[in-house]
Design a protein around this ligand. Structure first.
Ligand code: PLP
Length: 402
C-alpha cells in the first residue's frame, strides 16, 4: 500500500489538528497545504493559492527556491545538530556570518545566531544591559518585537501585553516618529529598540531624520541603538537592509524571518568588542542549544546568495509600484508601503476580514496586521512576477466588490 494513503488526511487530519495542536486563534485558517513552490501554495484538493504574505515576510526568495532546497539537502547529508551554539566550527554558520558581515557596515561584524526573531530580541536586550550596566529600555507604541516575555515587554500595545503582567520593569513606550520620544533617552537608558519600519502597525515608515535623531540621542546618552530589521531585512523594502541610505548604523541589528531562507533562524549582530561581553563574567552569557542550526544556516546562506546574485532586490521598487497602481478603488482608504511591505487600508477591521476571506476563496492568500486589523497585508515573495501582481490586484478588486 502507498505509505501516503496510510497518513490521515482531509477531515480526519483537520480533526487531529484541532484536537492536538495548541490553538492560538478561535478560527484558524486551517488550509491543508501539501506543497509550495515560488509564489504559490497548494492545498490537499489541488487548489492553488497565490501567496501575498510569504509566510509573513519569510519567503523572500520564494517557496523552495531550488538553490535553497539543494543547500538543505547537502547539509542534511553531512550533519544535523552537533553541539550547543558556539563550541564547534560549523562551516554553514561561519560562512553565513562572514557573508552577512561582508554586506553590513564594518562595525556590525559579529553574529550571534538564534532560532527566532524573539530570541534575537532577548539576546540583544541582555547584551545592551550588560554593556551599559543600565536597565531602562525605550521602545515604541505599536511596535512588535516578538512574543516571549522580554519581547512582549517592549511590544507597544497594552491589549496584547496586559494579560501577561508582570513583565520586565523599566520599559518606556514612546510615540513612534515623534521628536518628544528623544527626551526619554537618558543616562539610565541601556538601549532604544526600534523597527526600521513598523510592520504590525500597518506599515508606518518613520522619517529618516527622526531615525538619525534617535541615533544622535543614543550617542549623547551612551545608550545602544537596537534596530529591528526582522521583518524589513533581506530586500523587502527595496534595499538589502532598510537602514541603508538613512545614514545611521545601529549598535545591534536584529534579523530573523527571511534570514533562514524558509528555515527557522534569527540573529543579533553587533561589533566584536560589544559582543565580547557575553564571553566572560559570566561565561556563556547567552546560551542556545539549537541557535544557528547548520541546516538553517545552509538554507539562509543559499537564500542570501540568491538575493545578491539574481537581481531581485533591484525589482522591488517597480513591483511595489505595480501593486499600488493596481490597488486603486473607492473602498481603499490608503495604501502605505515600503517596497514590498504594503498595507491596504479599508474602512474597518470587519471589511478587511470579509475581503481576506473572499480573496482566500478566490485563491489569493492575504492577511491583516496585529495592530492594524483594518488593513490587508501584502508582503509577497520578492520573486513574484508582473502577471501574478496583476492577478492579485484583480482578485482584491473583485473581492472588494463582493
Ligand atoms: N520583530 C519583528 C519586527 C517581527 O515582525 C517579528 C515577527 O513577526 C519578530 C520580531 C519576532 O520574530 P519571531 O516570530 O521569529 O519570534
Amino acid at each position: 500500500m502507498d505509505p501516503e494513503q496510510q497518513q490521515p488526511s482531509g477531515k480526519e487530519l483537520r480533526s487531529l489538528f484541532l484536537r492536538h495542536l495548541a490553538q492560538t486563534s478561535p478560527e484558524p485558517l486551517g488550509l491543508e497545504i501539501v506543497r509550495a513552490e515560488g509564489a504559490y501554495l497548494y492545498d490537499a484538493q489541488g487548489k492553488e493559492y497565490l501567496d501575498l504574505i510569504g509566510g509573513i515576510s519569510v519567503c523572500n526568495t520564494g517557496h523552495r527556491h531550488p538553490r535553497v532546497v539543494a543547500a538543505i539537502k547537502e547539509q542534511a547529508d553531512r550533519y544535523l545538530h552537533v553541539l550547543v551554539y558556539g563550541e564547534m566550527i560549523q562551516s554553514p554558520q561561519v560562512r553565513y556570518a562572514a557573508l552577512l558581515a561582508a554586506n553590513l557596515p564594518p562595525s556590525l561584524n559579529s553574529v550571534y545566531f538564534t532560532n527566532s526573531g524573539a530570541e534575537a530580541v532577548e539576546g540583544a536586550m541582555k547584551l545592551a544591559k550588560r554593556v551599559t550596566g543600565r536597565t531602562e529600555i525605550v521602545a515604541f507604541r505599536r511596535s512588535y518585537h516578538g512574543s516571549t516575555q522580554g519581547a512582549l515587554s517592549v511590544m507597544g500595545d497594552e491589549y496584547w501585553r496586559n494579560a501577561y503582567r508582570p513583565l520586565l520593569p523599566g520599559i518606556w513606550h514612546e510615540e513612534f516618529n515623534s521628536p518628544a520620544a528623544l527626551e526619554r533617552i537618558t543616562d539610565r537608558t541601556a538601549c532604544v529598540i526600534v523597527e526600521a519600519v513598523q510592520g504590525e502597525a500597518g506599515v508606518l515608515v518613520p522619517e529618516s531624520g527622526w531615525l538619525r535623531s534617535l541615533r544622535c540621542a543614543c550617542d549623547a546618552a551612551g545608550a545602544l541603538l537596537i534596530l529591528d530589521e526582522i521583518q524589513t531585512g533581506f530586500g523587502r523594502t527595496g534595499s538589502l537592509w532598510a537602514f541603508t541610505g538613512i545614514g545611521i548604523v545601529p549598535d545591534i541589528l536584529l534579523l530573523g524571518k527571511a534570514l533562514g531562507g524558509g528555515m527557522p533562524l534569527g540573529a543579533f549582530i553587533a561589533g566584536r568588542e560589544t559582543m565580547q561581553a557575553l564571553t566572560e563574567a559570566p561565561v556563556l552569557g547567552h546560551i542556545t542549544t539549537f541557535g544557528g542550526h547548520p541546516v538553517s544556516c545552509a538554507a539562509g546562506l543559499a537564500s542570501l546568495e540568491v538575493l545578491l546574485e539574481e537581481g531581485l532586490i533591484g525589482q522591488v521598487g517597480y513591483k511595489s509600484t505595480l501593486f499600488r497602481e493596481g490597488l486603486r478603488h473607492p473602498a481603499i482608504k490608503a495604501v502605505r508601503h515600503c517596497g514590498l511591505l504594503i498595507a491596504v487600508e479599508l474602512e474597518n477591521a470587519g471589511a478587511a476580514r470579509l475581503v481576506i476571506d473572499r480573496c482566500i476563496r478566490r485563491g489569493l492568500l492575504t492577511d491583516w496586521f496585529l495592530f492594524a486589523p483594518q488593513c490587508l497585508r501584502i508582503a509577497p515573495p520578492l520573486t513574484v512576477g508582473e502577471e501574478e501582481i496583476r492577478k492579485a490586484c484583480a482578485i482584491i478588486a473583485e473581492s472588494l466588490a463582493g
